[in-house]
Design a protein around this ligand. Structure first.
Ligand SMILES: Nc1nc2c(ncn2[C@@H]2O[C@H](COP(=O)(O)OP(=O)(O)OP(=O)(O)O)[C@@H](O)[C@H]2O)c(=O)[nH]1
Ligand SMILES: C=C(OP(=O)(O)O)C(=O)O
Length: 232
């Protein structure tokens, strides 16, 4: 069990994790999960992401930026600090707000933005990525599709300047952030937007919240397939 003293090490990171309201989250999973289970699946991804992030040795704080009351309760129960989605200007504005909150708490800590949809995240792989990033002013990790970004890091005093959304890998590279070239960190790169992404994450091995939610989604589909009604 890790103690407070363990966390008081240099390079202890503050992570900022954004989460939009669950009712709107993971829209690309709507057909696969159904609109009843999709919010629970989105929450399960976030729970497994936050739990794994907090279990990574170099991580001291996790700040979640969300206006979703159900998610706020569940993620605070895991140990995250939850702040409102201000100023309501979309993903990058929410991340900048979370980074300011993290820096107000610990001005000397490096900060990283991490997607909330990494259900296979392994603490040891996140640790390797953060340890690699710590010598650069800004660094980022491309997603498994090599188009987006799952993690953007900034050293103490350096603006995070997030440019997430869509083809953010090229934008983060163009902004001067160093791309992290580590092999064998698939769990930090495997974000889940589509059913194919979810299958890839399940193959890597997901956390307990996602495993349970995916089981419920599969059971639900099997149930509806066996009856006259269809959830889709
Ligand atoms: N706090 C906050 N988080 C956001 C916002 N927009 C997106 N996010 C989060 O940023 C990450 C990437 O978001 P998106 O890919 O746009 O949305 P998604 O819910 O993951 O998936 P889709 O609905 O399929 O696009 C997810 O963790 C989202 O919950 C926002 O306006 N505020
Ligand atoms: C927001 C991003 O991810 P996605 O839309 O793929 O979830 C991104 O990669 O910048």
């Amino acid at each position: 069990m890790r103690t407070q003293a363990d966390r008081a090490e240099p390079f202890a990171w503050s992570l900022v994790i954004p989460l939009k309201p669950l009712v709107r989250a993971k829209s690309r999973l709507a057909a696969a999960a159904g609109d009843l289970l999709r919010p629970s699946l989105a929450l399960a991804f976030a729970q497994d992401t936050v739990a794994a992030a907090l279990a990574a040795r170099p991580v001291r704080d996790v700040v979640v930026v969300t206006d979703d009351a159900r998610a706020a309760r569940a993620l605070a129960a895991l140990g995250a600090r939850v702040v409102r989605d201000e100023p309501g200007g979309g993903l990058n504005a929410a991340l900048a707000h979370g980074a300011r909150t993290a820096r107000a708490l610990r001005p000397a800590a490096p900060v990283a933005a991490l997607n909330a949809d990494l259900p296979a995240l392994r603490p040891a792989e996140l640790t390797r990525v953060l340890n690699y990033a710590r010598v650069f002013p800004r660094a980022f990790l491309p997603d498994a599709a090599e188009i987006g970004t799952t993690l953007l890091c900034a050293a103490p005093g350096v603006p995070l300047a997030p440019e997430f959304g869509g083809a953010s890998r090229a934008r983060h590279a163009a902004s001067g952030a160093v791309e992290i070239p580590l092999p064998d960190v698939a769990s930090v790169r495997q974000d889940v937007d589509t059913p194919e992404d979810l299958a890839a994450a399940l193959t890597l091995g997901v956390g307990p919240h996602t495993a349970a939610a995916a089981d419920r989604a599969l059971f639900n589909r099997a149930l509806f397939r066996g009856s006259a009604a269809s959830p889709e």
